[in-house]
Ligand binder design. Structure first.
Ligand SMILES: [Fe+2]
Length: 308
């Protein structure tokens, strides 16, 4: 499809979603997420955390990784050629540390991941780990000039794409915590902030509608970034965090793309993730939805067999 034509269709689609559904996503994604939540997600009453996640779109996990963060703290390094103290810097680990760190994260996140697998009725993988530092920036009140996702937005993916933010330091109000609008506050948020688009709203709306993810080192916040309106806070100095992307996808497809290989996980799995969670046309979207329906059916069959 012609790129200009695609962009126009996408623009109109997002505009319509904003007007009709108060969502800054293409219409097809809004429909996919709605149907996924209606038809595919599992009964949510089996776990408090997942029930909060379902209702608000995010949850602070009953899990802390302080020991793991402290162990690797001195092993993280910046690449000199990438040093950009004006915005955002990525941290790196050497090969062995990457492998070990991923193993430890998988171990710690196992209960959360298996709960999510039950909720999504599908396999869930750690597909991307990005530790980084954001710096203070001047002029962040100008919505037309964005530095690092510091305007309110939703990530342009399907809800099979989720994030965990892990604090790499104690985070208080001055450290620019992540700001989230709980799904139940969305209507009021749109009204109070006169939200029209990512670069067109009143930043001085009712601040009580926003949850600020402050907390201690090692704290973990799970959130559905395609569903929840969010933004990065601006720190007075800097803020260090680890962003983990969790992909909901049947094993078969994850293996095809080698999505959970630790090297891919640390080197930016973005292309693979986009292939799965950012379909570009309606046909791919429908095909993907059918994959999840089949997966749900397979899982229920296996559960019945296990009971017999
Ligand atoms: Fe985002």
């Amino acid at each position: 499809m012609n790129l200009k034509f695609y962009k126009l269709i996408n623009y109109l689609s997002v505009k319509t979603s904003l007007l009709l559904f108060k969502q800054r996503l293409p219409l097809g994604y809004v429909l996919f997420n709605y149907l996924y939540k209606k038809i595919i997600v599992n009964n949510i009453s089996f776990n408090d955390e997942i029930s909060d996640f379902h209702k608000s779109g995010f949850v602070k996990l009953k899990l802390n990784l302080k020991n793991e963060i402290n162990f690797y703290k001195d092993k993280f390094f910046f690449k000199d050629e990438e040093k950009d103290v004006t915005k955002r810097n990525k941290f790196y680990l050497n090969d062995t540390d990457q492998k070990n760190f991923l193993n430890q994260l998988e171990e710690k996140l196992k209960p959360t991941i298996s709960t999510l697998e039950r909720y999504f009725n599908c396999d869930v993988f750690i597909s991307d780990i990005v530790p980084f530092r954001i710096y203070h920036v001047e002029g962040s009140d100008n919505l037309k000039k964005e530095f690092y996702a510091n305007n309110f937005h939703q990530d342009g993916y399907l809800m099979i794409y989720n994030k965990i933010f892990i604090n790499m330091m104690d985070v208080n109000e001055d450290d620019g915590p992540l700001q989230l609008v709980p799904l139940n506050n969305k209507k009021e948020f749109f009204k109070s902030f006169k939200y029209k688009n990512r670069d067109d709203y009143d930043p001085f709306g009712n601040q009580n509608l926003i949850y600020k993810n402050s907390g201690s080192i090692g704290d973990c916040c799970l959130f559905s970034s395609p569903q929840v309106i969010h933004k990065a806070g601006i720190p007075k100095n800097y803020r260090d965090l680890i962003q983990i992307i969790l992909m909901t996808i049947p094993k078969k497809y994850s293996y095809q793309l080698n999505i959970d290989n630790y090297k891919n996980v640390f080197s930016g799995n973005e292309k693979n993730i986009m292939k799965l969670a950012k379909p570009y046309n309606m046909l791919n979207l429908i095909k993907l939805f059918i994959i999840f329906i089949k997966e749900k059916r397979n899982k229920s069959k296996k559960n019945i067999q296990a009971l017999n």
